[in-house]
Design a binder for this molecule. Structure first.
Ligand SMILES: Cc1ncc(COP(=O)(O)O)c(C=O)c1O
Length: 401
């Protein structure tokens, strides 16, 4: 590598320095393993940030993509796209939703959700109540509306003026939620686990209050399942753990197993809020993207991957408690399924680098939280291997704290 700037890219890079990149270039992936340009092998416990839920290059998705590549890549949404119907029917089958809109990313799915909620309240329900309550520490994306919805100042820095229509409440604080609801509130939007925000789990009693408030005040419930969906937490969607029935669900990341695709799912009463011309996307739901989605969803069905995530998640947490739970550096182990956070009493950036050096990849969730996101087909042996590395890096960190 040549001289590098703050992002870790060479100063001769033609890219924007938008990412603080690790000094590794990954060139090949298979299952839970990745290889860098020097042939070094890594055990992948980050899955491209909860994207490659089926592991790298899963055959079911690959075969469908290859077949579609040989047939038709793209047609405009001005035409019927049978693969979109098939993918949407599968999503409806595995959720409480009745209608699906396909887009290309998590932020776009949330953008669609915000637009749909506003349009429903303005045009269908006629209430004119358009303010959306979101939560501190949430993360909903990087477009102007979704970064405004996000409850973290760092993503908003320098981007004023921001769109109006959002109010922020502390997560899991019942009194604050009740105070935040006013005559202009139209929806509540949240993640079931604030993944980027620190692996913060929704409190079941708070979930119950949210459901009650939505019912009582005619509010729409928008659940951002971009990271928690697609089997990651041990259910198809994480809100199932809480017995919630959202009006709108957003999905992306694991939906295409690495092919970029997002989706917004909604209840039947919201269908008419988006008529022809009210929303759209050139690339949303192309035959190629739909091949990835159908392949992914069928693999989930065949292999019962949500159930597997539940079982492997339980094993992972049990082993973490047994092997690192008593260490003084470990504050808390929390999560659902295969979205696990290890909160430490010290910053974890050095531990991440130490793990990478010995071939284990994970991510952080804020300065003090290690976030584990293995693929849903991870084996017990791979979990044991990852924990061995974690024990080693946590022990070393304990000595230096
Ligand atoms: C909960 C949540 N919502 C939205 C997003 C944004 O998704 P994307 O990066 O695909 O736009 C993310 C990305 O990390 C996320 O975790």
């Amino acid at each position: 590598m040549t001289a590098s700037n703050v992002s870790g890219q060479g100063t001769d890079s033609a890219l924007f320095p938008t990412y603080a990149r690790y000094p590794i270039a990954l060139v090949k992936g298979e299952g839970s393993r990745l290889w860098d340009a020097n042939g070094k092998c890594y055990l992948d416990f980050m899955s491209g940030l909860a994207v490659t839920n089926l592991g790298h290059a899963p055959k079911q998705v690959r075969d469908r993509l290859v077949e579609q590549l040989d047939t038709l890549w793209h047609v405009s949404n001005l035409f019927h796209i049978p693969q979109q119907e098939e993918a949407a029917k599968l999503l409806v089958k595995h959720s409480c939703a009745d209608a699906v809109f396909f887009c290309n990313s998590g932020a776009e799915a949330n953008e669609a959700a915000i637009k749909l909620a506003r349009r429903y309240q303005n045009v269908i329900a006629g209430t004119g109540r358009t303010e959306i309550i979101t939560f501190q520490q949430s993360f909903h994306g990087r477009t102007l509306a979704t970064l405004t919805a996000t409850g973290q100042d760092k993503v908003k820095d320098g981007f004023a003026p921001l769109p109006e229509g959002f109010r922020y409440a502390p997560f899991n604080d019942k009194d604050a939620l009740l105070q935040a609801i006013n005559h202009n509130t139209g929806a509540i939007m949240l993640e079931m686990i604030q993944a980027e925000g620190g692996v913060n789990l929704l409190d079941p009693a708070f979930a119950e209050l949210i459901a009650q408030c939505c019912e009582e005040h005619g509010l729409l419930l928008i659940v951002d399942e971009v990271q928690t969906g697609m089997g990651r937490t041990g259910r198809w969607f994480a809100h199932e753990h809480y017995g919630l029935e959202p009006d709108i669900i957003t999905s992306a990341k694991g939906l295409g197993s690495g092919f970029p695709v997002g989706a917004m799912l909604a209840k039947a009463k919201l269908r008419e809020a988006f008529g022809p011309g009210s929303h759209g996307s050139t690339f949303g739901g192309t035959p190629l993207a739909m091949a990835a989605v159908i392949g992914t969803l069928l693999a989930h069905e065949e292999e019962e991957l949500a159930k597997r995530a539940d079982e492997m998640g339980q094993y992972l947490v049990q082993q973490l408690h047994a092997k690192i739970g008593a260490m003084s550096i470990v504050k808390e182990i929390r999560g659902l399924g295969l979205l696990i956070g290890i909160e430490c009493h010290a910053p974890v950036a050095g531990m991440l680098a130490a793990a990478q050096a010995v071939g284990l990849l994970f991510v952080t969730a804020g300065p003090n939280v290690i976030r584990l996101l293995p693929n849903l087909k991870v084996t017990k042996e791979e979990i044991d291997e990852a924990i061995e590395v974690l024990v080693h890096v946590l022990e070393s960190a304990e000595v230096t704290v």
